[in-house]
Write a protein that binds this ligand. Structure first.
Ligand SMILES: Nc1ncnc2c1ncn2[C@@H]1O[C@H](COP(=O)(O)OP(=O)(O)OP(=O)(O)O)[C@@H](O)[C@H]1O
Ligand SMILES: [Mg+2]
Length: 430
């Protein structure tokens, strides 16, 4: 048997030892694909008769797969039929009657996925497009003793399922995840370096995502991206603490219930003089009201220190619970203010208020991270054909933006009382 000495970039060394989940994320040209490709061949050489699958969310043809890369690795390592490797049209035969196959998860059903039981390696390339459904199908299927799930990707959104799974607060047991970028790749080519520098020069707004593995931000039409960048540059995102003598305020956006379960979001803030301290952020989908209450209490936002502000739909009867949220939080001992600011133009009012107030805001960096990611993404939907804006895009980020806007509307006292203001004025806390 031949043994191989495969050089590995230092950044990937942690992924060499066996572990149930292995992840490598980062920007272009960091060597993620080459690393896992090499490891795949190495593992098949060491383990006779092993079965592996290379996965994408969508694989229309084999050209979309990692097959070419693996073939390249075989030739780099000078491995061929004498060593037990043979390349067929849609499969690579490996030593001891093992095999590497290539599949798209979208083609699988709960039934068909069972064909992968017994597979020891599943390598998911470009895993940023993995859907929750596909991940849930694959994870329990790869169940053989010593089996491993590998993921390589360039992150798009913090909310993408692979990011939630491998970079979120609750990672699967036995996960090892590394971040790799171009500077970690000892084989980074001159051509890639030129591409990188051109990107920096010509598409500087996308450079961080493409080359440094940063999360995507919307370049145009984002309502708060610039304001957040300014807050960061001015040092207003950092260790911001609550003033223990001042009231805490919780600004809520109520997600839909039942089939249309949207995110339920809360921003915790204090208004201190002209300063708005944004202290914490919470988001949950499909949870009962009790879960929100538990979060508030668990973080110390108890009814003696914290008041709750709801948008007008807090008054409507929530179908899942007997009481409306207003009643629910009152029952729990909180002072509740309902802001009657809904109706036409409410979203743009909230955006305007938020933009005006942004320069006086200070954010707790660690606790508001998820909320700030949503604010950075929140953007205008556009009709490209007609070149017109269609108002805020209602997506994963809009609930964070709505409760944030509620905070801003609640903060703004009118310079001159007007009929317009009456519609937006928060009710005074009794
Ligand atoms: N182990 C290696 N051996 C030889 N060359 C390598 C190795 N790793 C990386 N390279 C070189 O660096 C280049 C980039 O590596 P790779 O394609 O693996 O990056 P990546 O992180 O998958 O990037 P992308 O996000 O663009 O897919 C390769 O085209 C190859 O030239
Ligand atoms: Mg790659």
């Amino acid at each position: 048997m031949r043994t191989l000495e495969i050089p590995t970039a230092e950044v990937f060394e942690k992924l060499l030892a066996p572990s149930r989940y292995k992840g490598a994320h980062g920007g272009r040209g960091s060597g993620k694909s080459h690393f896992f490709g090499g490891l795949m061949i190495e593992d098949h050489l060491a383990e006779k008769g092993m079965l592996s699958v290379c996965i994408r969310e969508v694989q229309k043809t084999l050209a979309d797969s990692s097959k070419r890369l693996l073939e390249g690795k075989l030739s780099d390592f000078r491995l061929g039929e004498a060593d037990g490797f043979k390349v067929f049209r849609d499969v690579i035969q490996t030593p001891g009657d093992g095999a590497i196959i290539f599949q798209g998860m979208q083609d699988h059903t709960a039934e068909s996925i069972k064909s992968l039981e017994g597979f020891r390696r599943a390598w998911w390339e470009e895993a940023q497009t993995a859907s929750v459904r596909s991940l849930n199908l694959l994870r329990p299927t790869i169940r053989a003793p010593g089996s491993e799930l590998w993921f390589s990707w360039n992150a798009r959104l913090k909310q993408d399922p692979v990011d939630v799974m491998l970079r979120g607060p609750e990672k699967p047991t036995g996960s090892v995840v590394v971040e790799a970028n171009w500077r970690d790749n000892p084989w980074f080519t001159a051509e890639l370096e030129q591409e990188r520098l051109d990107c920096l020069r010509i598409q500087s707004d996308q450079y961080d995502h493409i080359w440094e593995g940063g999360y995507l931000t919307v370049a145009s039409g984002a309502y708060f991206a610039r304001h957040l960048a300014e807050a960061k540059a001015e040092g207003r995102i950092g260790r911001v603490a609550a003033d223990p003598l001042m009231t805490l305020m919780a600004f809520v956006d109520i997600g839909g219930t039942g089939a249309r379960a949207d995110a339920f979001t809360i921003w915790i803030a204090q208004f201190i003089g002209r300063e708005i301290r944004v202290l914490d952020y919470y988001e949950a989908v499909g949870q009962p009201a009790e879960a929100h209450l538990n979060w508030l209490r668990g973080r110390g936002y108890t009814s003696d220190r914290c008041q709750i502000w709801l948008p007008h739909d807090g008054k409507t009867q929530d179908k899942v619970h007997d009481a409306s949220y207003e009643g629910f939080f009152r029952q729990a001992g909180y002072k509740v203010t309902v802001v009657k600011n809904q109706g036409r133009g409410a979203a743009s009012m909230r955006i305007e208020a938020a933009r005006r107030l942004f320069p006086s805001m200070w954010f707790n960096e660690a606790k508001t991270e998820g909320g700030r990611a949503a604010l950075g993404w929140y953007h205008e939907k556009r009709d490209e054909a007609r070149g017109i804006g269609l108002g805020p895009d209602h997506d994963w980020s809009s609930h964070a933006a709505d409760s944030f806007g509620l905070m801003c509307v609640a903060y703004e006292e009118p310079k001159k009382p007007s009929a317009e203001w009456d519609k937006f004025k928060p009710q005074k806390v009794a």
